[in-house]
Design a protein around this ligand. Structure first.
Ligand SMILES: N[C@H](CCC[C@H](N)C(=O)O)C(=O)O
Length: 255
């Protein structure tokens, strides 16, 4: 039996497992099963909390397709809340993930997560590309409510160009005003629209500020709720913070 905990951050949902003593079967088949919404628990991804020297914990993230993935922002926030609920730290955590060390603070249900520095924004034919720990394309749109995100996102993600680069997450962004944007994301590895994507809204916020003159501190409306992103601009984009809720939903045991 495997003990699991289910968390969500603005509707981006994760199976969380305390693997500090090891023993979890992290095969593609098992992770895909656990994330399956009909046969398993159901989640956009699965996260393992493990021990790491010099850090409060190590986060390992797997997409719903069962494969170990690049960084997950909402998953990182949920991992921090989970580790705090496990009593691993009090208010401030430093953990290691696939893209390097992260610092985070927890204030009740809100988690503020430091993201890796972003070096550059690349102009692509259909949008802007940034790596915020995961690869993201940012596309500005006039009307997000009436957009077929799954069809449009999949067409871009499965184009020869992006498949050749290892795939991409596709974020559609509508500017509301100087401090507010709306974002909808098609996620690689989930291969569907998710309710929210942390590394995606981070990419959307930086691109909106840099390319459209918006604030360096933005509120982001996603399908699953509100997130905040702030950053500093220098040689590169640094001190990037992703804020928002990270919520425990239920726990159980699975075969
Ligand atoms: N949902 C995640 C992104 C997971 C990244 C993954 N979909 C990929 O690039 O393979 C987030 O909140 O940042």
């Amino acid at each position: 039996m495997t003990k699991f905990f289910k968390y969500q951050g603005t509707g981006n949902d994760f199976v969380m497992i305390d693997n500090r003593e090891g023993g979890f079967d992290d095969s593609i088949k098992n992770v895909e099963f656990l994330c399956h919404r009909r046969f398993g628990i159901g989640a956009d991804g699965l996260i393992l909390i493990e021990n790491a020297d010099g850090f409060d914990f190590k986060m390992r993230y797997f997409n719903a397709d069962g494969k170990e993935g690049s960084m997950c922002g909402n998953g990182g926030r949920c991992a921090v809340k989970f580790a705090s609920d496990l009593g691993i730290f009090e208010k401030q955590a430093t953990f290691i993930a696939v893209d390097g060390p992260h610092h985070a603070t927890v204030d009740q249900g809100e988690v503020s997560l430091g993201m890796i520095d972003v070096e550059e924004i690349f102009d692509e034919t259909n949008g802007y590309f940034l790596n915020t720990g995961s690869p993201h394309l940012v596309i500005f749109e006039e009307d997000l409510d009436n957009l077929d995100v799954k069809t449009k996102g999949a067409a871009i993600r499965y184009s020869d160009y992006w498949v050749g680069k290892g795939g991409v997450n596709v974020n559609f962004v509508q500017i509301i005003d100087h401090e507010n944007i709306k974002v909808r994301t098609y996620e690689r590895g989930v291969e569907d629209e998710t309710y929210s994507c942390g590394t995606g809204v981070t990419a959307a916020a930086i691109a909106s500020s840099e390319k459209k003159g918006l604030s360096q501190k933005l509120n982001i409306q996603t399908l699953g709720g509100k997130l905040g992103v702030s950053f500093q601009r220098g040689q590169k984009f640094s001190e990037i913070l992703l804020n928002g809720p990270a919520i425990f939903v239920f726990e159980g045991e699975v075969l």
